[in-house]
Design a protein around this ligand. Structure first.
Ligand code: SAH
Length: 348
């Protein structure tokens, strides 16, 4: 019999399991607190349970534990980049960043990615598998345990496409925000997607308080088709329509990520098109000078070009910021450490 992944179970699932075992339901609450508040990694630590129950748990269930395979600490800004090892030997990355308002953790949602965005290092090795809810939780718990810092906000912007692992990500978010668990408000969580339109509507129906972040990176189909294969399935107009519906339903402002690539999507004409595309939609545009990926030959836009791009957006009253680069000395952009560990090229 396969053992149960107990840390992926919501409290209701644990209660069902204990009911089936003929255990009182308050025991489920006790175990849940051990797993998600005290972050116990062994059943034998659960000292308020009988020995018989601990043994039964041991025989039927397992507790997911990640380990730190590599850890890089930035001397510039204290950013910590982790390469975590999963129970089956696969690896994923998380990055802990320090801001004035607290520490923010960027986590992975899949081992690899199958979306194929051609400026992204995470997709070069393809998709190995989805992460379980417990593995995503452990990314958060372990960063806190290892660093001694409190993770006060979270971005799902590491390796993987969160909406391509929809059910596990939703279960993870419920566990993370549960009152009896870490109790992190979803207001402090951003979920980033390359634009799986049907899943955006599914997420909309959940009415969560999180911030939806869209990796847009181009204002028209011609440009976006070239860099993001997902666009051929869900073109820009459909994506923006879904975003407008999402805002209408949830009242949550959308965030758009736009990596500026020299000569590809950074012209003033692109900026005009972008402003037109987003007009009337309450949103925020986050410009990111692209991290170059050696295989692709893409380069960052020049500071002057970035300035010109911003000027157009501001003139059109689009709320815009340029992402500050953190952990520049430790290669903190996503997908790069895992790939280096697997023998791929290092990034600049
Ligand atoms: N799959 C999700 C989340 C993971 S990628 C998504 O597409 O949103 C996290 C963010 O990093 C996305 O906005 C992605 O487009 C961006 N990104 C990937 N490679 C990049 C690079 N080389 N330079 C700058 N941003 C990059």
């Amino acid at each position: 019999m396969e053992k149960i992944d107990i840390k992926s179970l919501p409290l209701s699932g644990l209660e069902e399991l204990f009911a089936a075992w003929g255990e009182p339901s308050f025991r489920a609450g006790q175990v849940y607190a051990w797993l998600h508040q005290k972050q116990a990694l062994r059943f034998e630590e659960m000292s308020n349970l009988s020995k018989a129950l601990r043994e039964k748990l041991e025989q039927n269930c397992f507790i997911t534990e990640l380990t730190v395979r590599r850890k890089l600490v930035s001397q510039i800004d204290g950013t910590i980049k982790y390469l975590y090892q999963l129970p089956d030997g696969e690896t994923v990355e998380s990055v802990l960043m320090q801001y004035k308002h607290g520490d923010s953790l960027c986590i992975s949602t899949q081992v690899g990615c199958r979306m194929g965005c051609n400026f992204c290092a995470s997709t070069l090795l393809g998709l190995a598998r989805n992460l379980t809810p417990a593995e995503m939780l452990e990314e958060v718990y372990l960063a806190g345990r290892d660093s001694g810092r409190r993770v006060s906000s979270l971005v799902l912007m590491g390796i993987g496409e969160p909406l391509d692992n929809y059910d596990n990500v939703l279960t993870f978010l419920r566990l993370l925000s549960s009152e009896q668990g870490m109790n992190l408000s979803l207001r402090h969580v951003s979920l980033s997607t390359c634009g799986l339109v049907p899943r955006i509507y599914d997420l909309m129906a959940e009415k969560l308080q999180l911030t939806l972040s869209i990796s847009l990176h181009a204002p028209d189909n011609e440009t976006r088709d070239k860099t993001m294969p997902v666009n051929r399935k869900y073109p820009v107009e459909e994506l923006i329509e879904a975003c407008r519906a999402y805002f209408k339903e949830t009242g949550r402002r959308i965030s758009f990520e736009y990596a500026l690539i020299q000569g590809v999507n950074d012209s003033e004409d692109c900026a005009e098109k972008l402003a037109k595309l987003l007009s009337g939609l309450p949103c925020h545009v986050n410009l990111i000078p692209v991290n170059s990926v050696t295989e692709r030959g893409y380069r960052k836009s020049s500071p002057l070009q970035i300035k010109k791009f911003i000027a157009v957006l501001e003139r059109r009253h689009i709320n815009t910021t340029v992402r500050r680069e953190l952990g520049a000395d430790i290669n903190a952009a996503c997908g790069q450490l895992r790939r280096a560990d697997k023998g791929g090229t290092r990034e600049c």
